[in-house]
Design a protein around this ligand. Structure first.
Ligand code: ADP
Length: 274
């Protein structure tokens, strides 16, 4: 059986986290357009293996698009995106995708997990099935192993007693904890967090942030996080990238970006959100 664990900060929780070498991420001259709207303009950046990076910047600056490209929920128009030493996307100027194989894309996306602002749990499945469905169907894990792993993860997020509940019976904070556990159940090597607390009631925010901070510290995942919550960004990341209009305006350690930003656009943005 799985030992009882309610506090993820205690040792042992890390045993339920995904293991294995985390790949880095690299964007090379990535262009993404929606019609006439150029959302990413020859964007270049690198995230080192196991590094945790927060993306900040005004609404519409392309942050979510970056995460969606990594999840293969969007495709790019030009450039290359690497995960580790493999290309996720490579689009030439003629708009042809290289390598073309759908199978390759499918294999690559298995390494990437995402937690969304709106939780996105499967509404017609109970909590346990939300956590076992992907591992069984996509990863080919046995039912027993998937259930065992799900129980360990639910323990870690403090929801062992909700295993048979349906998402609608849970608070927003509980749903988001299930969504975090579900993402981890897929054993990703890269974890993407998109404004994960902005749909939560204020009193539920800290609990979810604490959980993610513990996961960040205890795992070796490569993480990309979009958030306006500066304390959370400081807690969770080693580096902050400030975006505006599809390009990086400034980057640095959280203390520097939030404490003494050097660019006027960063100062204006921080003044507006704080
Ligand atoms: P951010 O996360 O920084 O707020 P997004 O990446 O969500 O920015 O959006 C960047 C730009 O792309 C915005 O102008 C947005 O309206 C546009 N956009 C995003 N998704 C779509 C879509 N599916 N169709 C058309 N435009 C989109």
């Amino acid at each position: 059986g799985v030992p009882a664990k309610s506090d993820p900060a205690k040792s042992g929780a890390a045993a339920d986290l995904p293991h294995g070498e985390a790949p880095g991420i690299r964007f090379e001259k990535v262009v993404k357009r929606f019609g006439q709207n150029v959302v990413l303009r020859e964007l270049d950046f690198t995230v080192a293996p196991g590094e945790r990076v927060t993306l900040i910047g005004p609404s519409g600056s392309g942050k979510t698009t970056i995460l969606r490209l990594l999840m293969t929920l969007e495709k790019l128009d030009e450039g290359v995106i690497w995960i580790g030493d493999e290309m996720l996307w490579h689009m030439d100027k003629g708009g042809r995708r290289l390598p073309a194989s759908q199978k390759h894309l499918h294999e690559m996306r298995k390494q990437v997990g995402m937690v969304f602002q709106q939780f996105n749990l499967f509404p017609n499945m109970n909590v346990l099935r939300n956590l076992t469905e992907g591992p069984v169907r996509v990863l080919g894990v046995s039912k027993d192993e998937a259930v065992e792993r799900a129980k360990g993860l639910l323990d870690m997020v403090g929801l062992a007693d909700k295993i048979n509940s349906h998402p609608t019976q849970l608070s927003g904070g509980q749903q988001q904890r299930v969504a975090i556990a579900r993402a981890l159940a897929m054993q990703p090597r890269v974890l993407l967090l998109d404004e994960v607390t902005s749909a939560l009631d204020p009193e539920l925010v800290v609990g979810v942030q604490d959980l993610l901070r513990d996961i960040a510290r205890q795992s070796d995942l490569t993480m990309l996080c979009v958030t306006h919550e500066m304390t959370f960004a400081r807690d969770i990341s080693n580096r902050v990238l400030m975006f505006d209009e599809g390009q990086i305006v400034e980057e640095g350690h959280p203390d520097q970006i939030f404490g003494e930003p050097s660019e006027q656009r960063t100062r204006d943005f921080l003044q507006a959100v704080l």
